[in-house]
Each structure stands twice: as C-alpha cells, then as structure tokens.
Design a binder for this molecule. Structure first.
Ligand code: K7E
Ligand code: CUA
Length: 610
C-alpha cells in the first residue's frame, strides 16, 4: 500500500467540505460526537437518574441518563400485576380504592433547596392526592388525599427543606362540595391552595392548612428559595371564572395571575386560630385574614411558574403569549409595603403589573416551563414553536434556540429547579412523536430528547420514546441515591413474617385461613394446601433469600392473584376459595435453574364434604 499523499487529499477536499468538517469538529465539543456523549458502555452505570411522571398511567418512569435507558416503572396510582401492586393487601390499602391517577409532577425531597435523594413525591390531578415514594427501595409508601381540592394539578413542588408539599385546585368546586347549580359558579365555587406537611424523619404527610381562593384554575407552582424563602408562587388562568366553554371564555383577559403565598404568615395565622375547619382541614379565608396572598398580574393564561435559583425572580410562562414574564421578588415586597394595588379579588390585593414586572423576555410562541443551569441561563419550553429558548438571567436576552420534535411540554435540567443547578443536560418531554419511532398503530409513544447545554449552543444528542405521558421530570445526580438492594431479613417487622421453614403453618379461624409460607430457591413451604369452598385465604409469604436480585413470584391459576416478593420481604395476598377443584400455584418470577419446579397445589373441597 502506498503512503497517503497529503497534497492529494487537500486537492480532493474542496474548500466548503473542509469548512464543514472544521465546523463539525467545533460543534462536537472536546471532539466528542453526540453518540459518544450518551454512550454508556456495557457494565457501566448512568450518571443521573431521571424521574419522569407517567401521566394518566398513574406511574413513574425511572430512566438512566445520558443513555436514556428505562430502568424501572414505579407503580403509584395504578395497579401493576407483575409486582402485585394493587393486588396484595398492603398496596391495596395504600391505593385507597382507586385504580387510576393522573401523575404530573415528580418532586424530589430537598434539604437547603437542593435534592437530598430521600423521597420522591408526585401528584394525582384526578383524585386530588399526593404520593410518597421512598428512594431507599423505590416503592410507594403513602398516598394522601387533599380534601377540598378539585383536580390537584399545581402539585407537589416542595419547599426548600421539604417543610411542605403544595397543592391547588385546577377545577374549582363548591367548598365544601355540595349540590348547587353549576350556573352559580361565581358565587358558590372556590379554588383552594393547600399545604401538606412532611415529617422530617419519616416522610409522613399530613394536611397542614389550606387557603380559600377565587374560582380560577390554578395551574403550576414553585416554592420561593433563598431570598424568597417562605413564599410559594402559583400560576392561574381563567380569572374570567368561566365554567362552560373555557377554550374561548377563559382566554378573554390579557392577564391572569401568579398568586404569591406567604406560607410563613399563613403558619402564624393558623397558630393564632384564624381559620375554620372544612372537611377536617384548617382553611384560611383571605377575606378575613390579610397579608397571606397577593396576585401578580401575568400575561396570558400563564402555565409555568418557576423561581430562579437565587430566588430573586419568578418566571411566568404565558402559554398564549410570545413572552415569559419575569417578576422581581424585591419589587413585589416594595409594592406590598407601598400598597401599590390595582383592586382586589376575594380580599386578595392585585399588585400593579408595572410595579412587580422586571422583564418580558421574547422567547417565542407558547412558553410553558422554565429550568435553569449553573451559568446563569434559563431554558424555556415553547409548545407552539416546538423549541427550547435559552436566555440570560439579568440581561433578559434570548441567546439560542433549538427545535424539538414535537410540541414540548415540560423540560428538565440536571437539578434544574433547585438552588444549585448542575448544567450539562436538559431533557425535552415532547407531546407528539409522529414519525420518530417505528410505527406501532394509532397510539404513539411520547418522545423525550436529551440536549447538551454545556456549550454556547445547545446540541441535540438523543431521542428515546417514553411510556404515557411524561409531563414533568426531575434529574438527580446518581450518587445522591443509595437504595437498599435487599431487605435485611433480621429487620423484617411484618407481623406475618416467618424466618424459617419450621415456622411455616396454616391457621384456621372459622372460614378465615392464614397461610404462613416461605419462598426460597426453589420451593414454597407449605406447598400442598387443602381448603373448603368459601374459605377466605390469606397467604403471608416471606422470601427468605438474602442474595441480591433473587425475587420470587406467587401466582395462583384461574385467579387474579399474582405478586412479587423481594429478598427479605413479607407480603400478604387474599384469595377466596370460590369453587371446588384443584388450583396450581407457582413462582412467576424466574429465580433459579429449578424455577420451573417452584410450585404447589391447592385443593378446594365442596362445602360440607369434609
Ligand atoms: Cu405543563 Cu400538567 Cu405540568 Cu403537562 S403540565 S406539560
Ligand atoms: Cu422462585 Cu422462580
């Protein structure tokens, strides 16, 4: 082979090609191609967890970034038949009788305004609830209902030390709910802004207090941080108070509001007894208690409400506008002091727009949500433009824009809503995926896109499909989460746990039968069971394994019973012996070379035959 002749190559490469090549080198910072930036070699772990809400699937998706690999779906508001979520007695109780929820906003717990990796919360817009997932085992531990809140959308956004989770009404209802003519909406309906307290040690949630609000549609929220600590900001639309054709009637006014709530002042009011109890919750009426809530006029049917990392500014995404509105916290304080008001609604002063607004940033069409990086830039999703705009805090100029495919809703940057954003990536969560993936029929997947934000220009790195339907997501440094990989058997405090095969037994009490069973490679003890027609059988199964990833399943043929039991865990599931006959049961989760042999039989005798 001849040596390559440089002169010949130069002659072969035309000038435009060379320029293009150099440009490409420059664009791929550090010489890394997009593929290299997202490549996680086999056996290596991702650097970030991304928690994406599962929308009306009621679940949460856990993805690894930068690879975009789906690692786990956490069942929250909806059953999961593999794990047995909604099937075993413990999870049925947590789900509280509902089998669906509409999960929009994952919220990681915070300490000093930054994610601490302890808990993950998520709202249910449909049935007015908030769930808590423990990040020690990625399991939903608790679901709380927020009474008086019709459609809990602006939720659960945590305060900087997870003192509170917030919630608010999207669909105003009578408070307390009662039968009144819908036509009396303006007189009889109300919104509610809710604060749910979180126990510092256990994470346990309680309804702390609520604030009665005019019947607007409260949309999103963010807690104040640093200088604005002690406040929370809720966007709202439909200040027209329409209840029928909102599409037209709720878009009449040029400005709706961001409601600024002084939750420290609300705490004081509660201490002083200035509330009435409605459905067991302490509710403050702003007509009677002043200084708790103020309205910041914000164009135009604002959606996102995002506080900058320094806490100085509140960014409102006016979804029907071409700008985001930036309010100044300091300006707001001054305006309140001076009484710079423009009327009031339901006892809540409306601050003068000019007195609180710092900037209108011309980001583009349909601005929704804003996230932040570590260099003083903000990133706003543009639904109508199908793009992300990057703009500078302080100078308020738009410095870059990148198209996304298509119609982005939320976006998430690494620690992008904390006091300490980490930069690096922003994840676009797009509503429409048409043509981005192999077609699978009329129901298309959602589409997430990972974008490098470390350089001057944003760079598109990766597409990956996501299950229904990420509204919001949060991205946390993976080193902050350290889950347990097995449940230590010696710490298993379940009242139905047994710790060895010789404790396995069947106890009968009338027609209630309790089966204390163990699962260990590759058998159940006991594995031959005899019941009578009509027996209510409670299987209490302990997985005695302490090896990582040795999960057993327990499924009964001809029934709706199936669940997984993790190493060291005890779970209880109820099964009714409805019809005489033989019922095989088996391990449904592949566990060993003799997994196929891990089975047993139930014999159900007809009533009175024994
Ligand atoms: Cu914008 Cu429910 Cu936060 Cu959807 S919401 S996008
Ligand atoms: Cu145990 Cu398969």
């Amino acid at each position: 082979m001849r040596l390559i002749n440089c002169g010949k190559i130069m002659r072969l490469l035309s000038l435009p090609l060379l320029v293009g090549f150099l440009g490409l080198l420059f664009a791929c910072k550090g010489g890394q191609s997009p593929a290299e930036k997202v490549y996680v070699p086999p056996g290596k772990l991702d650097s970030y967890y991304a928690f994406l809400s599962g929308g009306h699937s009621g679940q949460i998706g856990v993805f690894g970034l930068p690879s975009g690999r789906l690692i786990k779906m956490i069942p929250v508001f909806a059953p999961d038949v593999a794990i047995g979520w909604g099937i075993d007695e413990g999870s049925k109780e947590i789900m509280g009788g509902y089998i669906w929820g509409d999960a929009h906003h994952p919220a990681l717990s915070e300490t000093n305004g930054d994610y601490d990796g302890r808990w993950l919360f998520i709202n249910d817009t449909a049935n007015g609830r908030i769930a808590r997932i423990d990040l020690k085992d990625f399991v939903t531990k608790e679901i709380i209902t927020l009474p008086n809140v019709g459609g809990n959308h602006a939720s659960p956004f945590v305060t900087p030390n997870t003192e509170y989770l917030v919630g608010a009404t999207r669909f105003s209802i009578p408070v307390p709910n009662r039968d009144v003519p819908i036509e009396t909406y303006k007189e009889n309906f109300n919104g509610v802004i809710a604060f749910v307290s979180v126990d510092k040690d256990t994470g346990h949630m309680e309804n702390a207090f609520q604030i009665l609000m005019p019947p607007f549609d409260y949309d999103l929220a963010d807690a104040g941080k640093r200088v604005s600590y002690g406040w929370a900001f809720f966007s709202c639309y439909n200040s027209e108070e329409a209840y029928k054709d909102l599409e037209v009637e709720a878009s009449q006014k040029d400005r709706d509001f961001i409601a600024a709530v002084n939750w420290k002042a609300a705490e004081e009011a509660i201490k002083e007894g200035k509330y009435k109890e409605i459905n067991g919750v302490k509710v403050i009426d702003p007509q009677e208690v002043k200084g708790i809530v103020y309205f910041l006029p914000t164009p135009k049917s604002p959606h996102g409400s995002d506080v900058t990392p320094d806490g100085k500014y509140i960014v409102g995404g006016g979804k029907l506008a071409a700008v985001v509105t930036v309010h100044g916290f300091e300006k707001m304080q001054e305006a309140i002091k001076k009484g710079d008001f423009d009327g009031e609604v339901m006892g809540i002063p409306i601050l003068k727009y000019e007195s609180v607004r710092v900037a209108e940033v011309p980001v583009g069409l349909g601005p929704l949500h804003t996230q932040f990086d570590d260099q003083g830039y903000a990133y706003t999703s543009l639904f109508v433009d199908s793009a992300i705009a990057k703009w500078k805090l302080g100078t308020w100029e738009v410095v870059d824009k990148i198209p996304v495919y298509y119609n982005i809703g939320h976006l998430a940057a690494v620690h992008g809503d904390t006091v300490k954003p980490r930069g690096k990536f922003v994840l676009a969560m797009n509503k429409i995926a048409k043509g981005r993936y192999l077609p699978v029929g009329p129901s298309h997947p959602e589409s997430a896109q990972l974008i490098d934000i470390s350089g001057k220009k944003m760079e598109m790195l990766l597409d990956f499909p996501t299950p229904v339907e990420p509204h919001y997501g949060q991205i946390i440094d993976a080193t902050l989460i350290k889950p347990e990989l097995v449940y230590p058997l010696d710490q298993n405090k379940d009242p139905y746990a047994i710790k060895s095969a010789d404790q396995a037994r069947v106890e009968r009490n009338g027609n209630r039968v309790d089966v204390y069973m163990i699962a260990i490679r590759s058998h159940f003890t006991p594995n031959i069971l005899k019941f009578e027609e009509g027996d209510n059988v409670y299987f209490h199964i302990t997985n005695l394994e302490q090896d990582v990833d040795i999960t057993h399943g327990f499924g009964i043929n001809f029934s709706n019973v199936d669940m997984q039991i993790e190493p060291g865990e005890t779970k209880t599931v109820k099964w009714v012996a409805e019809k005489p006959g033989i019922y095989p049961f088996y391990c449904t989760n592949f566990c060993s070379a003799l997994h196929q042999e891990m089975q047993g039989y139930i014999e159900v005798a007809s009533k009175g035959s024994k």
